[in-house]
Design a protein around this ligand. Structure first.
Ligand SMILES: NC(=O)c1ccc[n+]([C@@H]2O[C@H](COP(=O)([O-])OP(=O)(O)OC[C@H]3O[C@@H](n4cnc5c(N)ncnc54)[C@H](O)[C@@H]3O)[C@@H](O)[C@H]2O)c1
Length: 322
């Protein structure tokens, strides 16, 4: 049996575009938004699969952004110990990052991606036309992961992004470059034991920002949180003499040009720090980060002291709000 997993928006905007090109299938629709990257959604999917007598030889097609590919990927990875998955990513973020590489995840107890598995899709099919129905904020969120890719691996791409408008026509041609960079990293380390951690630049702080704000009115989209995380972690890279002041300014300027990021209240610093202590890259209770080494290279597994992290929060406020 073939199932197509959509969220409410991809059911409306994307499914009609490809419906006729899909094999005979049944649909499963979950609610949209990060708050639904949850055990409840996974339970709903398992329930639908079980009720329809789904066999181990079935296929789940994830049609959506990173929320759908992460949730559907996780649900499929453990259903009958794993059924095949095809990803058809529909956001910029999912096309150049989330749908590729086999990481699946759910958020749990308000902590990002704390439940998850590796489950590599048998195929990833990218349809550029899907970007046309994304709103500017969601496109920008994907642009943040593109900036990350450029900072860790491709100086030329960084220069290009500095002169790119946030419109589908200009972003589409850059997707394949971002995909190739991620694939190269994955080839070396598919299971995130070492070099793949490079892709986590901006995410140690970023996931903490995302989790902290998740239940607030001014919640952050994933890419927005990563953009703020990249500003914080680039400051830490400067502190460790991995980048120059000029490079820090280039990164901060590109991000502040596009994103309106929140001021971080001092009252939240401790909470953010304790969220960062949950990060999967940490070892022996020490916070470890992937930090840029200039623009276009990255140094993984760098131990970071708490006082530098608190200074980085202050730097974000100074650089983005003064
Ligand atoms: N597994 C990984 O390797 C990996 C990597 C990066 C990010 N992620 C995860 O990805 C998630 C973020 O993904 P996202 O930014 O795609 O968010 P998302 O999936 O929540 O999509 C954002 C919004 O756009 C809507 N949408 C999707 N496609 C649309 C389309 N074509 N037209 C109109 N609306 C559309 C969705 O319904 C949603 O409301 C986060 O949970 C993050 O942790 C995972």
């Amino acid at each position: 049996m073939v199932f197509v997993l959509c969220d409410k928006n991809t059911a409306r905007y994307c499914y009609p575009v490809i419906k006729s090109k899909l094999p005979i299938h049944e649909r499963i629709i979950i609610s949209a938004g990060e708050k639904n990257k949850s055990l409840q959604s996974a339970g709903f999917i398992w329930n639908q699969l079980t009720e329809r007598g789904t066999g181990k030889d079935s296929l789940l097609i994830n049609l959506g952004g990173g929320m759908v590919t992460d949730t559907g990927g996780f649900a499929a990875s453990v259903y009958k110990r794993g059924i095949d998955v095809v990803n058809i990513p529909t956001t910029l973020l999912a096309q150049c990052d989330a749908a590729i590489g086999g990481k699946t995840a759910l958020d749990f107890k308000n902590i990002k991606n704390i439940i998850g598995s590796f489950h590599f899709p048998v195929a990833v099919l990218i349809e550029p036309a899907f970007l046309k129905t994304l709103d500017k904020r969601t496109l920008l969120s994907g642009f943040a992961e593109m900036i990350k890719t450029a900072i860790i691996a491709d100086k030329k791409l960084f220069r290009k992004l500095s002169n790119t408008e946030i419109i589908p026509q200009q972003l589409q041609p850059l997707v394949s470059r971002a995909v190739r960079i991620k694939q190269n990293i994955l080839k070396q380390d598919p299971f995130d034991l070492k070099t793949r951690q490079a892709l986590n630049f901006g995410h140690t702080a970023g996931h903490a920002f995302e989790s902290l704000m998740a239940t607030r009115k001014d919640y952050l989209l994933h890419g927005e949180a990563i953009a703020l995380g990249m500003v914080a972690e680039s400051f830490i890279a400067l502190n460790k003499s991995l980048i120059t002041v000029k490079e820090l300014n280039q990164i901060t300027d590109l991000i502040s040009h596009h994103f309106e990021l929140p001021h971080i209240a001092e009252a939240d610093f401790d909470k953010l720090f304790s969220l960062m202590k949950q990060d999967k890259k940490n070892r022996k209770q020490e916070i470890r980060m992937a930090l840029p080494e200039g623009i276009g290279k990255v140094k993984i597994n760098t131990k970071v002291q708490p006082d530098i992290i608190y200074s980085a929060f202050q730097y974000c406020n100074f650089a983005l709000h003064s």
